[in-house]
Design a protein around this ligand. Structure first.
Ligand code: GDP
Ligand code: MG
Length: 439
């Protein structure tokens, strides 16, 4: 992926005490190739590389950074700028209800993102209403209703016999009546952009005057996503973009190009199919992720939303120091349902991007139950010092937890691997730190 390539390029620069124009030119040539391969728009790449080169050659060297680090910082800064600089929020109506209109091609993730967004607003104490305006796709209304039920958020629909414009208008009246301060309108998509779709969306827009038109695009489609964004923006005037499926095997091109090509910022990113997998988009953090610097901030924030702050602090300290016991493992496993898979969390830690092995570490709900039972059947001493768990102890634990010795063995092995990995992370971070100091 892009992150791995860039890390390789930067590895060569990082240790350098002095950087010549030739070093920069060489690194930029490689970065240019890596970006093009990642499906970043070629014009965007060209401008980007020129800007970085201009700033990187002959930069005044900051005292705290080596020239190599400085080039990396320039690349990071420029990438952040490329994606909009700072976080862009949803426009809220001065007089509620705020109307958010979701648009995009079929399968991009409009309906799912509508639900996810409604959930985020509900968590902030708002009273969202979901509006079903996709009358074409079979079961589209039902899909939104199911999401609404799961989230305990009301869904306004008038079946599939009414005109979407009329539905949207009726929904606004209903929202005003029922005291909803926000409504999210899920519209129809097509497989390809066509005039009928655009006319319908324009019609809805003129009739309900949304405060925010969000285009939902699939990150996996790379440059196509950017082209779609250009077309929708020209016709409808977008306020922002939701980039979905960033959890998949994407090449990063869309994330880097959308703002530069369309002028419209990415406001949220979809990180999975689950309803809590929508995150505000932070350009600087995305730049760090793309550059493989890890994203400790997002990790901590995610943890904090679920644990109390103290626990998060403690976990972070333990992750860093690799003082990770089976008790923490149990704690962590219990939080996992709400925090997303371990592999996703690990991906946010510096240096973990390259660890492909993590993919296999996802743990199913059934595993969670068994793991919990097994760890609970251990004594305190055993949880802190698993190396004392010999054959007879394993038998006792299996019996106590209603599992098998094999399962106990498997868990201990998994834990051992997790612990090893924690140590590696800690060492990598130590290395990065001393590198900075010594640089
Ligand atoms: P729509 O046709 O635009 O309304 O798209 P849907 O909301 O029905 O989503 C299409 C498919 O994409 C569904 O299977 C969703 O679960 C999936 N999907 C949506 N967002 C994401 C995401 O961020 N990550 C992943 N992995 N899948 C997503
Ligand atoms: Mg849909």
């Amino acid at each position: 992926g892009l992150a791995e390539k860039l890390q390789g390029i930067f590895k060569n620069l990082r240790g350098k005490g002095k950087i010549s124009e030739k070093d920069v030119t060489e690194a930029m040539r490689e970065i240019r190739m890596a970006l093009l391969e990642a499906d970043v728009n070629y014009k965007v790449v060209k401008d980007f590389v020129n800007r970085v080169k201009e700033r990187a050659v002959g930069v005044e060297v900051l005292e705290s950074l080596t020239p190599g680090q400085q080039v990396i910082k320039v690349v990071h800064d420029e990438m952040t700028q490329l994606m909009g600089g700072t976080q862009s929020k949803i426009n809220l109506a001065s007089k509620p209800p705020t109307i958010v209109m979701m648009v995009g091609l079929q399968g991009s993730g409009k309906t799912t993102s509508s639900g996810k967004l409604a959930r985020l607003f509900k968590k902030q104490g708002r009273r969202p209403l979901l509006v079903a305006c996709d009358i074409y796709r079979p079961a589209a209304i039902k899909q939104l209703q199911v999401l609404g039920e799961q989230l305990e958020i009301p869904v306004f629909s008038m079946g599939d016999k009414q005109n979407p414009v009329d539905i949207a208008k009726a929904a606004r009246a209903y929202a005003e009546n029922q005291g909803h301060d926000l409504m999210i309108v899920d519209t129809a998509g097509r497989l390809h952009i066509d005039d009928a779709l655009m006319s319908e969306l324009e019609n809805i827009k003129t009739n309900i005057r949304p405060h925010e038109i969000l285009l939902v695009v699939d990150a996996m489609t790379g440059q196509d996503a950017v082209n779609v964004a250009e077309t929708f923006n020209a016709r409808l005037g977008l306020d922002g973009v939701i980039l979905t499926k960033l959890d998949g095997d994407t090449r990063g091109g869309a994330a880097l190009s959308v703002k530069a090509v369309t002028g419209k910022p990415i406001k949220f990113v979809g990180m999975g199919e689950k309803l809590d997998a929508l995150e505000p988009f932070y350009p600087d953090r995305m730049a760090s992720r793309i550059l493989g610097m890890g994203d400790v901030l997002t990790l901590i924030e995610k943890a904090q939303a679920n644990f109390d702050a103290k626990k998060a602090e403690e976990l972070e300290r333990k992750l860093r120091k690799a003082e990770f016991t089976l008790e923490d493992f149990l704690d962590q496993i219990q939080q996992m349902k709400s925090m997303g898979p371990l592999s996703e969390l690990m991906g946010m830690l510096p240096g973990m991007g390259q660890m492909k092995a993590l993919k296999g570490m996802e743990i199913s709900e059934k595993d969670v139950k068994h793991t919990e039972a097994i760890i609970r059947s251990m004594t305190r001493e055993e949880r802190r010092h698993p190396e004392i768990i010999n054959g007879s102890r394993r038998k006792r634990i299996a019996l106590g937890s209603g599992t098998s010795v094999q399962e106990v063995n498997k868990l201990l092995k998994q834990f051992e691997q997790a612990q090893k990995m924690m140590k590696q992370i800690a060492q990598m971070q130590q290395g990065a730190k001393s590198g900075k100091k010594g640089g």
